[in-house]
Design a protein around this ligand. Structure first.
Ligand code: BGC
Length: 759
């Protein structure tokens, strides 16, 4: 440490050690420090700061190794991604700090999307807990583990609102609702960054993918996302803004096109909106190679792409290596200005300063032993287990078949039943599956010798081996036995059992990046197995694994119970056992509508009022489909419990709301069943008339409560004028006087209503 400071002190030509030790939040000192540093940088060194280098290759000795190492030593790299080992990070940081001319440290980034080695449920699952504090804690734990491995920058939270289950990346976000999505976005930023970004256990958040990526046409990845500004402001932008308001220090541009221009080169998006309107002060990084990808968008050659992105306000080039190759030329040709380059460099250096790296470049990586006591420690695992159980959504529970008693013979069947690799879901680079239990192991441990868990795999993910091979790149799980052999084994096992639990659905790589699909029903081999099992007449419980909403119509019609379990992370097995056997009552509520048919996409509960809305019964010339209902099979906000909750009528303190006043809507919820349980009480509001078309309902509040058997609690929702604001046709955030409907209930469909007027 001392050596480094001396080193830096010497090379920063007289910069005093006192200055180096100043707190990272002192803007004046920071500016002075950076002015001084920049005054010594050559143009090439400045451009080097704008280069985000792929680290994997450096440490694995891949073909680019020599070139990347040289970049670091020459000061031609500003940051590095994808190194997952503190010792390697230390070694690379040493190269930067001790061998480059100005000794400027790097920062190290990774996608730590839902936990590091203690893996939490995929973000879509996490959102179904509606437990904002728990989500913040999960981010805090992720940061604690990741920083002990030397990382200080996280490509998370992903806050893209999505109305389309075909898009594989729906798994990475918080679902379809901007209000809930905003709360989750802010919580994750707080969790990662804490109150002191320069502490050795906090990391810089990166909000992505800016913007509107979740609206990719047809649910296809990387596709264009075209919409009116009015829709952007009302539906898609709020979570990005919430994350920035919470202090997120970096933003990642998205792969898609916005208003005809790729987001990565879109000045309106990256400068006018983000910086000028929202006041964002951090830096913007491209997505992976998204600068040069713009050549495919027909933006021009690599020179044109670099010009577009730098001038748009994109500071850091993720792995296109086009800034280091082309920016000098662009400057010579007058296509970009020195001012633009300086601005971008300053933002990167500011990030380093705020992370405390100028004070101590080895802040996150000096202690190479710290990780041993932090990563996968019992406290983290216990928290992950608790949170995972909160994310499961009970979709059906006929005759209260669940929870199961720990007795008799239970058949566990399905491709996910004894799998270890897939439990952590998409984006879990640092998972350590060897240390996780398979569901079979977890259930056996849970029942001990009170019950017998029989097992059969039953089938592969799907019949078509070539298709499965295409879908599953890394976590191969195909069983070489024939379909018939697998099925027969399952039927024999089922025959001996009192109840059948099926662990089925998708595998991890069927959602996430580059995993769009239109067939979102149960894959053929698994459906056929379910049909065969249903013929046994034994009760069947489906544990549905997926990273997206699936079409579960047949399953809903034919099975006894369905528990949606997403990919619940490292503690999946224990968490499922907790819920299956009733130690914990399920409390997750959907944050994405499950459709009747894939053809209903895009869809959201918060649809705009059409001129011909469908009523309760089918009518022809209405906004509908002839063959399926308008609404989803399982609506937004839906989720059952082992207990029952009774909602009292709503009382409203007043039916007139003034612009500076408030009214209170109260409802008493009673646990009328036999289990202690949590409920998520939801408040929706409809603006009856406005200068622009308004949604038929919008989530405006919710509360997660715990009620013991027989216990009651009165929840009070305060309604104030700011809650009623929306973006009008001039994109002004405003409310308009008039009548409103207020709705409270356990999901977006089953609601009681009251009315009030805004004066
Ligand atoms: C993804 C980003 C991710 C980046 C770095 C890209 O392909 O779109 O979400 O952060 O890679 O891994």
């Amino acid at each position: 440490m001392r050596k480094t400071i001396i080193f830096l002190t010497l090379c920063l030509a007289g910069l005093s050690a006192a200055l180096l030790a100043q707190p990272a939040t002192d803007t004046k000192q920071m500016n002075k420090f950076i002015d001084r540093l920049m005054s010594q940088m050559t143009l090439q060194e400045k451009i080097g700061q704008l280069n985000l280098v792929e680290g994997d290759d450096v440490v694995s000795g891949g073909k680019e190794k020599a070139a990347f190492v040289q970049m670091v030593k020459d000061g031609m790299a500003g940051a590095m991604l994808d190194i997952m080992d503190v010792k390697k990070i230390y070694a690379v940081q040493r190269m930067a700090v001790e061998e480059s001319r100005l000794h400027i440290p790097l920062f190290f980034g990774l996608d730590v999307i839902h936990g590091y080695s203690t893996v939490f449920p995929i973000p879509l699952g996490l959102s179904c807990s509606w437990d904002i504090d728990a989500i913040e804690r999960s981010a805090r734990i992720a940061a604690t583990e990741a920083t002990s491995e030397g990382l200080c920058w996280n490509f998370s939270p992903m806050v893209d609102i999505c109305h389309d289950g075909r898009w594989g990346r729906i798994a990475e976000g918080a679902g379809e609702d901007p209000y809930l999505g905003s709360q989750i976005a802010a919580a994750m930023v707080r969790g990662y960054q804490g109150t002191d970004l320069s502490a050795d256990n906090t990391m810089m958040a990166c909000v992505k993918h800016f913007g509107m990526y979740g609206a990719s046409d047809g649910g296809q990845d990387y596709n264009i996302a075209d919409m009116s500004r009015w829709r952007m402001y009302n539906e898609y932008l709020p979570p990005y803004k919430a994350a920035i308001d919470a202090g997120a220090f970096s933003v990642m541009s998205s792969f898609n096109v916005v208003d005809g221009i790729p987001a990565t080169g879109n000045r309106w998006l990256l400068t006018e909106l983000l910086r000028n309107q929202w006041g964002f002060r951090g830096f913007v990084v491209s997505d992976y190679e998204s600068i040069t990808d713009m050549t495919n968008h027909s933006i021009g050659d690599s020179l044109d792409c670099a010009t577009a992105s730098l001038n748009a306000g994109l500071d850091l080039d993720m792995c296109s290596y086009v800034y280091i190759r082309k920016v000098e030329q662009l400057l010579r040709e007058g296509r970009i200005s020195m001012k633009t380059i300086n601005q971008a460099v300053r933002r990167i250096l500011e990030a380093k300063y705020r992370l405390g790296l100028f004070d101590d470049p080895y802040r996150y990586c000096r202690d190479t032993l710290r990780r041993d006591s932090i990563i996968l420690c019992p406290q983290h695992r216990a928290e992950a287990r608790r949170i995972a159980a909160e994310t499961f959504v009970l979709l059906k529970n006929n005759g209260n078949i669940l929870p199961l008693k720990k007795q008799g013979k239970i058949a566990l069947i399905g491709p996910m039943a004894n799998d270890r690799l897939n439990l952590s879901g998409t984006w879990s680079w640092c998972a350590q599956p060897d240390r996780y239990l398979t569901l079979l192991e977890g259930l056996r441990r849970a029942v001990d010798d009170h019950a017998e868990i029989l097992y059969a795999r039953g089938c592969n993910l799907m019949y078509d081996a070539a298709m499965e091979d295409r879908m599953v790149r890394r976590k191969k799980m195909r069983d070489p036995r024939s379909d018939e052999q697998l099925l027969n084994e399952a039927l024999q096992v089922a025959d001996k059992a009192d109840v059948i639990v099926c662990a089925m659905g998708e595998c991890a790589e069927m959602s996430g990046e580059a995993a769009s699909m239109v067939g979102i029903e149960m894959p053929d081999a698994q459906r056929a197995l379910l049909e065969a099992l249903a013929k046994t007449g034994k009760p069947i419980i489906l544990l549905n694994f997926s990273g997206r909403p699936m079409v579960l119509k047949w399953e809903n019609d034919n099975l006894d119970a369905i528990l949606q379990v997403w990919f619940a992370g490292s503690e999946t097995a224990d968490a499922i056992a907790d819920v299956l056997f009733g130690q914990v009552s399920p409390s997750g509520h959907l944050t994405t509508t499950f459709p009747h048919h894939v053809g209903q996409y895009p869809m959201t509960y918060a649809r705009y009022a059409s001129g011909r809305p469908m009523g309760e019964r089918f009518q022809r010339f209405k906004t509908n489909y002839l063959d399926v209902p308008v609404e989803g099979l399982f609506p937004f906000g839906y989720g059952l419990s082992y207990t029952t909750f009774q909602y009292s009528p709503i009382t409203l303190s007043d039916s007139l709301l003034t612009s500076s006043g408030k009214i209170t809507a109260s409802v008493t919820i009673t646990n009328t069943g036999n289990y202690d349980a949590d409920e998520i009480v939801q408040l929706y509001i409809r603006d009856i008339s406005g200068s622009v078309v308004r949604p038929i309902k919008e989530l405006k509040g919710f509360e997660r409560i715990t009620l013991k058997r027989g216990e009651s609690r009165t929840i009070h929702f305060e309604i104030t004028e700011p809650m009623l604001r929306f973006y009008n046709k001039d994109l002004k955030h405003t409310s308009e006087p008039g009548d409103f409907t207020l709705m409270i209930g356990p999901n977006s469909r089953d609601l009681q209503t009251r009315h009030f007027t805004l004066k």
